[in-house]
Design a binder for this molecule. Structure first.
Ligand code: KG4
Ligand code: ZN
Length: 333
């Protein structure tokens, strides 16, 4: 049997993305059209604006992906799309488009959980996947620790009880007057700052479980701000980032050690953070654990990770019932 080809669409938030993957995990095309500039002026994603802007981009992106991969629609063995979680009106655009193609061409369709896409993204491209693993997913909407023993076999170890890590980055950046999305801005400024300058809380670091909390940290920054003078931005960014990274790293290592799992994976938008990457590498090395980080270009939302999850599921025989719709609250576990 030839190596199956999957086309996947991702429209869960403000990125319109289309990717084509060939088994086992060759990315033939991964097109991403960002709406960041549109949402910048509002300081965050406006759902109505996001869904309206996915619509005109879908078709040109599909054509671009087909062109780049050197394939045509009839070559595709399976169509996939993000089913949730995300903004319903945005999800519906990509989900309906992929479903329509599958129906029109008489091919299978698979709806994918966006978080499974992030979770498996460290195995792209070309690296062999391995289980069991402890996966830290850190994005704008989610922060969770998951134990995986296979495709679709996930157990939740812990999650944020309030803000997601990326949300904390974005909110603190907003307090500092930095543009949306704040994560990359804080990462950049923090490089020139002293991470020990301000002593910020490491919430729940010693809670004994694998849950997180970041809203107290954001509030601590808010109360600190009016007391500061001069050029404190770089030091504050570095100290804030250090507080987030410390807790993420500590809990991930503890989760791996406690469950006796050798492999740690880190994915989601915040896994692009340079400090998180270097501290996680340091900590896993000294704990003699293996680490697979999502490559920076596959950390933030993209369709290659959705196509990869779909390819794994396709080969295991999973298919999504066409009567099932997108689900903004879809759970991973
Ligand atoms: O995975 P993603 O693209 O979308 C969601 O599924 O949420 O994650 C976006 C989040 C945003 O909060 C953004 O600020 C954050 O990832 N982010 C970063 C960095 N790059 C993106 N946070 C910290 N440092 C970065 N370098
Ligand atoms: Zn995401």
């Amino acid at each position: 049997m030839s190596r199956p080809l999957v086309l996947a669409i991702e429209t869960s938030c403000d990125e319109t993305a289309v990717a084509i993957l060939r088994a086992p995990r060759d990315i033939l095309a991964s097109e991403v059209a960002s709406q960041i500039d549109l949402h910048k002026r509002y300081g965050g994603v406006v759902p109505e604006v996001a869904s309206r802007n996915h619509l005109p981009k879908i078709r040109p992106l599909i054509e671009a992906a087909l062109h780049r991969s050197g394939s045509s629609l009839t070559d595709i063995d399976c169509f996939a799309a993000t089913r949730g979680p995300g903004l319903l009106t945005s999800l519906l655009v990509g989900y309906s488009a992929a479903k329509g193609l599958a129906i029109g061409l008489g091919k299978p369709f698979i709806g994918i959980n966006h978080l499974e896409g992030h979770l498996l993204s460290p195995f792209l491209p070309g690296i062999d996947r391995a289980f069991p693993s402890i996966g830290l997913i850190v994005s704008g909407g989610h922060t969770m620790l998951v134990r995986s023993t296979g495709i679709g076999a996930y157990r939740l170890l812990g999650r944020t009880l309030d803000d997601a890590a990326g949300e904390a980055f974005d909110k603190v950046a907003k307090l500092l007057g930095l543009p949306y999305p704040g994560g990359p801005e804080i990462d950049r400024l923090a490089r020139q700052g002293n991470p020990k300058k301000f002593d910020l809380p490491r919430s729940m670091a010693k809670s004994g479980d694998f849950n997180f909390s970041f809203s107290g940290l954001k509030t601590a920054v808010r109360y600190l701000l009016p007391k500061l003078e001069g050029d404190f931005h770089a030091d504050l960014c570095a100290s804030f980032q250090e507080a987030v990274v410390d807790v993420l790293v500590q809990k991930t290592i503890r989760a791996a050690e406690r469950s006796g799992v050798q492999l740690v994976t880190v994915s989601g938008g915040v896994s692009a953070n340079s400090r998180l990457r270097s501290k996680m590498l340091e900590a896993t090395t000294s704990a003699r654990l293996d680490l697979k980080l999502a490559s920076p270009s596959l950390s933030t939302d993209n369709a290659a990770m959705i196509a990869y999850a779909a390819l794994e599921r396709y080969q295991l025989g999973y298919r999504t019932d066409l009567r099932e719709d997108a689900d903004p609250n879809l759970q991973l576990v």
